[in-house]
Design a protein around this ligand. Structure first.
Ligand code: ADP
Ligand code: MN
Ligand code: MN
Ligand code: MN
Ligand code: MN
Length: 388
């Protein structure tokens, strides 16, 4: 027995030596990285131009240097990239123009450096076919007197680089759903350090991040952005997604926005959109705000399938896997609404019913939806369509 104990002890010490070496190597690497990132920039500023590529889901980015610190996107020049490499070829050659439309502090390059969200333009400077922002902005302009506000709830799944859900056993499955939603403990939540890093990165950048929570499926998380008025919703959510992909890079993980990453008895991932107009938000004795909410839901009920086509990047095909009627969803071909009901297409929060004013939640958009397309569709139907 003594012999066996000795053996285990030496095994342990060998193991911990190995681990110790690994950590020493990692922290050595960190101090090397710090050596470069702590150098001063000689007055030059880095701007990461980011844009949405031809998939309508993935983002790209490249850096340009300037000899001044931009405060507004309009101070930055139009640039271009190789559309052949991103599935965005234009009619006459492969140069696609990118124009900065929103500016953020860069949490990965602290100091004066920026992230510039860009829209894509064709070679005659008209909107590129993939440029959904342009159409969204026009819609928001038409509805601006109603002050449309949005809040979006981005759900996502953390994966290892081999696409295996982060923290899941390599063979088999974790215990069934139940303890994971808003959970606490190493056996309940996987990847909190990534969520915390992303939260900080968002606050630093200037994203109106309103919260986060662990989701029903282990390794699945959510963050919320909003309320944002008009075009700002799409701009902010796209940049918040960019930051999430970058944070995951730092941890050697991948973030999936697939709406049903794991088949079986596991929740899918959505991107609920919460919506209100000034009329809906305003308290009054006669419940005028609540009536405006009911009118908007009535309008939405008339164009359900049209909205389903807008609520994922593949015309509804992605949501087919998610909107099954199970796992807190309504089926894809049915429209329903209810107070405090999470099995409906539209939910009115209980507080909103009690207050007789506020906002409602459209639960249909998939996690990989284009927030420009989604917010434009909601605005068109609820603000720019007349009663029948
Ligand atoms: P849920 O109960 O559905 O999980 P969350 O707390 O995750 O709700 O998200 C609610 C979202 O609604 C947040 O993004 C928040 O900014 C947004 N929101 C709050 N008030 C309004 C409003 N008046 N109009 C639009 N969005 C709003
Ligand atoms: Mn080149
Ligand atoms: Mn939520
Ligand atoms: Mn959620
Ligand atoms: Mn929700």
């Amino acid at each position: 027995q003594d012999k066996r104990r000795k053996l285990t002890q030496s095994k342990m010490s060998r193991l911990s030596k190995g681990l110790k070496r690994k950590y020493e190597k990692l922290s050595g690497m960190q101090s090397v990285i710090d050596r470069y990132s702590n150098l001063d920039q000689s007055g030059i500023v880095q701007v990461m131009y980011v844009w949405i590529d031809g998939t309508g889901e993935n983002m790209r980015g490249k850096t340009k240097t300037f000899n001044f610190e931009p405060k507004l996107p309009s101070e930055l020049p139009i640039w271009n990239f190789d559309g052949t490499a991103t599935g965005q070829n234009v009619t006459d050659g492969s140069d696609v123009y990118i124009r900065p439309v929103a500016l953020f502090r860069d949490p990965f390059r602290p100091g004066p450096n920026k992230i510039a969200l860009c829209e894509t333009l064709d070679n005659d400077y008209s909107p590129h076919p993939n440029n959904t922002r342009h159409m969204c902005k026009e819609m928001m302009e038409k509805a601006k007197d109603q002050h449309p506000w949005f809040g979006m709830e981005q759900e996502y799944t953390l994966l290892d680089v081999d696409k295996h859900p982060y923290g899941w056993p390599k063979h088999g499955y974790p215990a069934p759903q139940g303890p994971y939603y808003c959970g606490v403990g190493s056996d309940k939540v996987y990847g909190r350090e990534i969520v915390e890093a992303h939260f900080k990165a968002c606050m630093y950048a200037g994203i109106k991040i309103s919260g986060t929570n662990a989701e029903t499926m282990p390794a699945q998380w959510e963050f919320q952005v909003g309320p944002c008025e008009g075009i700002e919703m799409g701009d902010q959510l796209w940049v918040a997604r960019y930051l999430l992909h970058r944070v995951c890079e730092d941890f050697g993980l991948v973030c999936s926005l697939d709406p049903k990453p794991i088949v079986g008895d596991w929740n899918g991932a959505g991107c609920h959109v919460n919506f209100s107009t000034e009329e809906m938000r305003t308290p009054s004795k006669d419940g005028r705000g609540y009536k405006a909410i009911e009118e908007a839901i009535h309008k939405l009920s008339k164009v359900h399938l049209e909205h389903i086509a807008y609520y994922d990047p593949h015309g509804g095909r992605d949501n087919e896997r998610r909107l099954t009627g199970a796992h807190e969803t309504e089926t894809i071909d049915a429209f329903s609404s209810g107070v405090a009901n999470r099995e409906c297409s539209i939910r009115i929060p209980r507080q909103v019913f009690d207050d007789q004013c506020g906002y409602f939640e459209d639960r249909r958009p998939s996690s990989n939806c284009d927030p420009y397309t989604v917010t434009a569709a909601v605005t068109k139907t609820c603000c720019l369509t007349g009663e029948d």
